[in-house]
Design a protein around this ligand. Structure first.
Ligand SMILES: Cc1cc2nc3c(=O)[nH]c(=O)nc-3n(C[C@H](O)[C@H](O)[C@H](O)COP(=O)(O)OP(=O)(O)OC[C@H]3O[C@@H](n4cnc5c(N)ncnc54)[C@H](O)[C@@H]3O)c2cc1C
Length: 460
């Protein structure tokens, strides 16, 4: 019977952790990892591997772990993923590898993400780098953007001997891993360690360079054999309601960037976040959960307002559970129609309407509409919009690259309409996930490798 249940990862207690930015999940001990690994059935046709967008050889790494061979387990993971310590923490495994695990039919799936995290953390602690030997091939690639798409593309190209240079507009590399996902879910030392591994492989990372302004895409095309665009989707959306320009209205991206990149949560920060008393975060996705949980940690009475019901929340279930444990208040089926301000244009509240669910929309999600005459007011002094993001195409200035109807970069097998220019990640799909961005980066790398080395043609 015991084998039916997975070993749960311990967490900091909720009343303690909602006052600090330290990691919530504490990781497995060696015994916990071994016990969990021993639940794996080592299936001959492992469905979990099919469920992983980068096809990590999951049963093989778990078998090596069972034999207490961390180096080998890490080598196996690193063959497919350059960011395993990150993916072990933030991938939605419950919808991917773990959703396909045979153990999950009659009990809990193997906690594959937790084991991936354990192996990667142990490898780092022990200084295992698992870097392949590289022979240079005298071909150059420029990568625009240092998020997971760019990093994964760079890793696969560098392994094949390409000279890779990443251009990043911010002062730190990592994309959303660095500026978006908060420290309490993804410690920044983990992100830095994974980026350092890439640099040790010979990848050059140039920060503070806005492609499109400092250097144009056309110039990169001329200078390099190939270019990969992985500029993400970092442009926040707003509601377009009255009062949205008030002091005290933010995008979730701004709040999270200021906390992550500028340490705004520290007392002596140069750009402190205004000390609000009551904040409402509007939205129900992972970004909304990250923003509201960050605000709670700043001592703010933090609320979520979501226009659909709890069942429709798009955020990962674990993030919602953690948020509730941390005393975040949820308001479902409500939506702001106006931000209320004082004579100095500071937020003092919101006019809100009640909503009701209607029949399903095209994507299978229930639609929603306002209930007439349900307007009421709530008091608050901060409103944070977490309504999704779109791409910022600054990097494409002066280029005639073809975009889709949704204004995303159009690609076929990772290739754009421009010769020797490839793209992937959120700039192609719209906001998605770390692992899907990595998959896209790897796919484009494979196309570049095929084109310039003639290798891997038989996998086509
Ligand atoms: C707050 C938050 C939490 C999230 N949580 C999760 C999660 O738990 N799990 C998960 O799987 N996914 C999560 N996601 C989604 C995931 O992080 C993204 O899907 C992923 O990072 C996309 O990767 P990318 O490489 O395409 O883009 P990004 O990570 O956005 O990286 C793009 C990079 O390009 C740079 N750039 C942009 N324009 C230029 C330019 N002109 N010149 C040079 N550089 C440029 C940007 O500064 C950025 O560093 C989250 C997203 C957010 C915002």
């Amino acid at each position: 019977m015991e084998d039916m249940k997975k070993i749960e990862m311990k967490t900091q207690d909720a009343p303690v952790r909602n006052h600090n930015f330290e990691e919530v999940s504490l990781g497995y001990t060696k015994k916990e990892a071994m016990d969990e690994a021993s639940r794996c059935l080592q299936c001959k046709v492992p469905k979990c591997v099919e469920g992983c967008p980068v096809n990590i050889k999951i049963p093989e790494f778990i078998a090596a772990l069972k034999e207490d061979n961390i180096l080998e387990a890490y080598r196996i993971i690193s063959e497919s993923s350059s960011l395993s310590a990150i993916c072990g923490r933030v991938c939605p495994q419950e919808r991917q590898c773990e959703a396909r695990c045979i153990r999950g039919i009659k009990g809990d799936s193997i906690a594959i993400g937790s084991l991936e995290r354990y192996v990667s953390d142990e490898a780092f602690k022990n200084g295992y780098e698992s870097l392949p030997k590289v022979s240079k091939i005298n071909k150059t690639v420029a990568i625009v953007g240092s998020g997971p798409a760019g990093l994964a593309c760079a890793y696969d190209l560098a392994k094949e001997g390409f000279d890779v240079t990443i251009y990043e507009v911010l002062h730190k590399a990592g994309g959303v891993l660095t500026y978006g996902i908060p420290e309490f879910r993804l410690p920044k030392e983990i992100v830095s360690a994974q980026i350092e591994k890439l640099e040790k492989l010979g990848v050059s990372i140039k920060t503070n360079i806005p492609i499109g302004n400092a250097i144009t895409l056309n110039e990169l095309q001329e200078e390099y054999d190939a270019v990969f665009i992985g500029t993400g989707a970092g442009l926040p959306r707003f509601m377009g309601i009255p009062g949205e320009d008030a002091s005290g209205v933010f995008s979730a991206n701004e709040i999270l960037s200021r906390i992550n990149l500028m340490g705004s949560f520290k007392k002596d920060a140069k750009t402190p976040i205004k000390h609000a008393k009551v904040a409402y975060v509007i939205g129900g996705g992972n970004v909304a959960m990250d923003a509201v949980r960050s605000l709670k940690r700043l001592g703010i009475d933090a609320h979520i307002m979501y226009r659909r019901s709890e069942e429709e929340l798009p955020a990962r279930q674990m993030e919602v559970i953690h948020a509730k444990e941390e005393e975040i208040e949820f308001h479902f089926l409500e939506n702001p129609v106006k931000i209320l301000v004082d004579e100095e244009n500071n937020v003092i509240g919101m006019e809100v309407v009640d909503m009701e669910l209607v029949e399903e929309e095209a994507g299978g999600r229930r639609g929603v509409r306002e209930i007439k005459h349900s307007n009421h007011e709530v008091s608050c002094d901060m409103v944070v919009m977490a309504l999704g993001t779109g791409p910022n195409h600054e990097a494409l200035k002066e280029s005639d690259i073809i975009l889709t109807e949704k204004k995303l970069i159009q690609v076929e097998n990772g290739k754009t309409s421009l010769d020797n220019v490839y793209a992937g990640g959120d700039v192609v799909t719209g906001s998605a996930t770390v692992i899907l961005a990595m998959e896209a980066g790897k796919k484009a790398a494979l196309e570049i490798i095929r084109r310039y080395t003639g290798k891997y043609q038989s996998d086509k």
